[in-house]
Design a protein around this ligand. Structure first.
Ligand code: COA
Length: 374
């Protein structure tokens, strides 16, 4: 009999080569184009990282300034897209809104041949927050926001549109850091989906729409929202520890824990955890961080499972008054850089991605005419 799930979920299977990122590589850890993630979170702004991923090298000062200025000119939304966003229901799931909006943009601003791919990547990076928050504000408080704020950074632009005023530097900087952390992660499910679509020589909007669909699920990007829902359930660390033990006894999955590639820790977690504590203290909330730590301890003690990037990112966003259902879309606003980098890398040395399968269906069967079937 054919082996069931021989390479279950392609775990451990090398499915291609990349110059963009290492994940948990011996002696390297998490790197973008060879730069250590902690050097990037300590020293680079998100736009610097976006430039690195999309253009393959760090910008110098003049290049970064020009890049930021260019992105600011690409934030605006065409009228037809605004009309579409107004028509999408108020109770739609924001990841579906982004998937639809990117797909629609592919109709009104088609990529054409691939000679403008960097410009398309920049356009998507610049206008994803605008799409999301235009829809959100229109349906939550009836405001047709100006999607062209004067904020230099994606993080500042995002929070400004969300709250209707420029953010504090603490909040802007913290969101910026999470964008750096989420920007790229090698052949994760959504990036791989984008590469599969790209491999057919399809356009960038199709690949990104597919990637958004893959990121949406709770086993991938959706984990940060599920983690927040869980953390908020508990009134104390003691209740959290008991509640999570009960969930584990029922074999429930605890979102925000575990990883396909990392085995003992996720390097992004320590950064998010530190920010969560700092922002919680600033907001005068000691409960949610303490509850999160209690859950983290139980998961390690009971299952040797560690918090991944999504777990403490949840409270980081919560402490900035970002509604939970916008958490995964923030991941999109960041990962668009990694996706488009991989789309361009795939195109540079393209080969259709079409693996084989072990057949586990019935043996060859005799044909039965339709009127003779039971
Ligand atoms: N909570 C509880 N148990 C978990 C778990 C979690 N978050 N993650 C893994 N496990 C357990 C599984 O139940 C399984 O146990 P079993 O062998 O007794 O059946 C074992 O650990 C292996 O997990 P599995 O889901 O098969 O590993 P995977 O490599 O296919 O999955 C993830 C990786 C990330 C999908 C998985 O850890 C998960 O579902 N995590 C929660 C979702 C999440 O946070 N996703 C974001 C990832 S960045």
């Amino acid at each position: 009999m054919a082996a069931k799930n021989k390479a279950g979920g392609l775990a451990g299977v090398t499915a291609g080569a990349t110059r963009i990122c290492t994940v948990g590589k011996e002696g390297a850890g998490l790197t973008y184009y060879g730069y250590d993630i902690y050097d990037l979170t300590d020293n680079a702004c998100f736009e610097e990282v976006a430039y690195l991923l999309v253009r393959g090298k760090l910008p110098n000062r003049a290049e970064l300034d020009a890049y930021i200025a260019g992105l600011k000119t690409k934030r605006g939304l065409p009228e037809a897209l605004k009309t579409l966003l107004e028509m999408v229901p108020a109770d739609a799931y924001p990841m579906d809104v982004l998937r639809t909006a990117v797909s629609f943009l592919g109709n009104i601003e088609p990529e054409g041949d691939f000679s403008n791919q960097i410009a398309v990547a920049d356009r998507l990076l610049a206008c994803l927050p605008s799409m999301l928050l235009y829809w959100h504000r229109f349906h939550s408080d009836g405001t047709r926001i100006d999607a062209e704020t004067d904020d230099d950074s994606v993080a500042g632009h995002f929070l400004h549109m969300l709250h209707g005023k420029p953010p504090s530097e603490t909040h802007r900087g913290s969101l910026d850091t999470t964008l750096v952390l989420y920007a790229e992660h090698e052949f994760n499910a959504s990036t791989f989906a984008a590469r599969v679509i790209t491999g057919t020589l399809s356009d960038m909007h199709s690949a990104v729409s597919g990637a958004i669909g893959a990121l949406r699920g709770p086993l991938h990007g959706g984990a940060n929202e599920a983690a927040m829902v869980l953390i908020q359930e508990f009134q104390s660390p003691e209740a959290a520890a008991a509640g999570v033990r009960d969930m584990l006894a029922r074999k429930d999955k605890i979102m925000g824990f575990g990883h396909r590639v990392y085995t003992t820790s996720d390097p992004r977690n320590s950064v998010n955890k530190k920010m969560s504590k700092m922002l919680g203290d600033d907001a005068g909330d000691t409960r949610l961080f303490a509850v999160s730590e209690a859950i983290e301890k139980v998961m390690w003690d009971e299952k040797k499972l560690f918090a991944n990037a999504d777990f403490f990112a949840a409270t980081v966003y919560h402490f900035m008054d970002i509604p939970t259902y916008l958490f995964t879309p923030i991941f999109v606003c960041s990962r668009i850089t990694g996706w488009t980098a991989h789309i361009m890398e795939q195109r540079a040395d393209n080969k259709l991605i079409r693996p084989a399968a072990d057949y586990i269906g019935p043996p060859l069967q005799e044909w039965v005419a339709i009127d003779d079937r039971p």
